[in-house]
Design a binder for this molecule. Structure first.
Ligand code: RNT
Ligand code: ZN
Length: 413
C-alpha cells in the first residue's frame, strides 16, 4: 500500500521520501514537566504557583528523577523521529540538599546530560521563575524590590551557563527559554516601570556573551495568566521588540494569545526580523493555555507555515502542555505525535501546485487542492514512518500505554 501511496503523491509532485527524511531530522523537544505536573525535584518542592495550574490526580505520577527518566524512555519508545529533552531548572538532582534557585550549578544537571547522551538526544533548558516564595507576589525580573530582581537575575544567568554546558557536551546548542509570570491581577497604575525594569534585568541576564553553538537565548510572551489578567509585563509587543533589538530567539506559545488568535500567521512576520524561533506547541482552551496538543487546525496551520516559509532550519519545536487528568504517558505521546502528524501533513502538501495556482490567481484551484490534500492517504505515510522507527502505529499506541500503566505506573502509590 505504501508504494501505491508514494506513487499517488508523486503524481501530485510530492516526494514522500523527502518528506520522511525531513521528519527524521526535525527534533521535537519533549517538555519534562508533563511527567510530574510541573513539580520538579527541589528539596521540599511545594505547590505549583505563579498562574500555572494542573488539573487532575491520575495515578502514576513520576516522583523521582529515576521514575521521570523511566517514563521519558517509555515515551521515547512511542515516538518516531528525533527528539530532545526540555528541562526546567527545578528538575535538577539536588541530592537531598536545599539548593536555592540562585545557587544551581552544572553538577545538579550532569546526570541529565549523561542520560541524554546515552539516549542520543539533545537538551534544552529553562530558568524556573515561579513556584517560589520570592515569586509569590507575582513579580520576579520586573519586581520593584531590587533584592528579588537580583535573585532571579542570578538564577537566569546560572541557567544560561548550565544550558551552554549542556549544549557543548551534547554537541547541539541548548535553547534557554526565559518565561516569567510577572503581571498584575488588577489595573496597574504604572505599567511602564515594570517593563523598564524587565528590560534592564534581561540586559543583565544576557550580558555575558555565550557561544551560540552551545546556547541560544529565547524569550516567551503571554497575553494574560491566572492572576495576571490585567497586565502581563512580558507581553507579545514587549518581547517581540526585545528579541528584535537584541537578536535573541522569540518563543511563541500557541496558548498565549487571545483565544481566537493563532500563532501560525505570526511566523513569517517574526522571522523577517528575529534570527530564530522557539515554538511552544500547545492548545489553549478558554483561560488555560496548556491542554494536550491535538491533530487540529491550529497545529496543522503552524506546521504548514514552518514548511511553506522554509522556516524549519530556524525554528526549534518545543511542546508545552500538562494534563494530570489522564495517563501522563498517553498525554505526552498523543500530544507529541499530534505535532509530528501535523508536520508530516504539511510536508506532504502539493506545494508547487498550490504556489502555481496562487501565482496565476487561480484561487479556485488553490482551495480545491487544499481540501483534496486533507483526504489524501497521508496516514499511510505516518504508519510507514512509525514502522521504520520501530514504534507503535496509531492502532497499537493505546495498548502500549496501558501495558506500561499496568506494569509500572500502577505500582506507584
Ligand atoms: C507558562 C509558559 C511556560 C511554562 C513552562 C512550565 O505560561 O507557557 O512556558 O508553561 O515553562
Ligand atoms: Zn510556554
Amino acid at each position: 500500500m505504501f508504494t501505491q501511496v508514494k506513487e499517488l503523491y508523486a503524481s501530485l509532485g510530492v516526494d514522500v521520501e523527502l518528506a520522511l527524511a525531513a521528519m527524521a531530522k526535525t527534533p521535537i523537544s519533549l517538555h519534562c514537566w508533563q511527567g510530574d505536573d510541573v513539580v520538579g525535584f527541589e528539596t521540599g518542592a511545594g505547590a505549583l504557583g505563579s498562574g500555572l495550574a494542573v488539573t487532575g490526580n491520575y495515578p502514576g505520577k513520576a516522583r523521582s528523577i529515576d521514575e521521570l527518566r523511566q517514563d521519558l524512555e517509555q515515551v521515547l519508545s512511542l515516538l518516531p523521529g528525533a527528539h530532545r529533552l526540555n528541562l526546567h531548572a527545578i528538575y535538577g538532582d539536588f541530592g537531598g540538599e536545599a539548593v536555592d534557585r540562585d545557587a544551581i550549578e552544572l553538577k545538579h544537571f550532569q546526570g541529565w546530560i549523561d542520560w541524554a547522551k546515552q539516549q542520543g538526544i539533545g537538551m534544552d533548558f529553562n530558568p524556573s521563575n515561579f513556584s517560589h516564595p520570592l515569586a509569590d507576589d507575582g513579580l520576579t525580573l520586573s519586581s520593584p524590590d531590587e533584592g528579588k530582581r537580583d535573585f532571579w537575575i542570578e538564577h537566569c544567568k546560572r541557567s544560561r551557563k548550565i544550558a551552554a554546558a549542556m549544549g557543548e557536551q551534547l554537541g547541539s546548542a541548548a535553547v534557554t527559554n526565559v518565561w516569567i509570570p510577572d503581571g498584575m491581577k488588577d489595573m496597574p497604575a504604572d505599567r511602564q516601570s515594570y517593563r523598564q525594569r524587565l528590560s534592564d534585568s534581561l540586559d543583565e541576564v544576557f550580558s555575558e556573551k555565550l557561544d551560540t553553538a552551545h546556547n541560544i537565548d529565547a524569550v516567551e510572551c503571554k497575553l494574560f495568566g491566572i492572576g495576571s489578567e490585567s497586565m502581563v509585563v512580558g507581553s507579545h509587543e514587549f518581547y517581540m521588540g526585545y528579541a528584535m533589538k537584541n537578536q535573541t530567539a522569540l518563543c511563541l506559545d500557541a496558548g498565549h494569545f487571545h483565544p481566537t488568535e493563532g500563532i501560525a500567521d505570526k511566523i513569517s512576520s517574526v522571522l523577517m526580523y528575529v534570527p530564530e524561533l522557539l515554538l511552544h506547541v500547545s492548545r489553549g482552551v478558554r483561560w488555560d493555555s496548556d491542554h494536550v496538543v491535538l491533530f487540529d487546525d491550529q497545529t496543522q496551520q503552524i506546521m504548514q507555515e514552518l514548511v511553506r516559509c522554509d522556516a524549519l532550519p530556524r525554528t526549534h519545536i518545543g511542546l508545552d502542555f500538562f494534563d494530570a487528568s489522564i495517563n501522563r504517558i498517553a498525554a505526552w505521546a498523543i500530544g507529541t505525535r499530534a505535532a509530528q502528524k501535523s508536520l508530516l501533513l504539511a510536508l506532504l502538501e502539493p506545494r508547487e501546485k498550490l504556489r502555481a495556482a496562487e501565482l496565476s490567481g487561480d484561487y479556485t484551484t488553490r482551495l480545491a487542492l487544499l481540501e483534496q490534500a486533507k483526504s489524501l492517504p497521508w496516514s499511510v505515510v505516518w504508519e510507514e514512518f512509525c514502522k521504520r522507527n520501530n514504534v507503535p502505529g496509531e492502532m497499537a499506541l493505546l495498548d502500549s500505554v496501558k501495558s506500561y500503566e499496568a506494569s509500572v505506573l500502577s505500582g506507584r502509590h
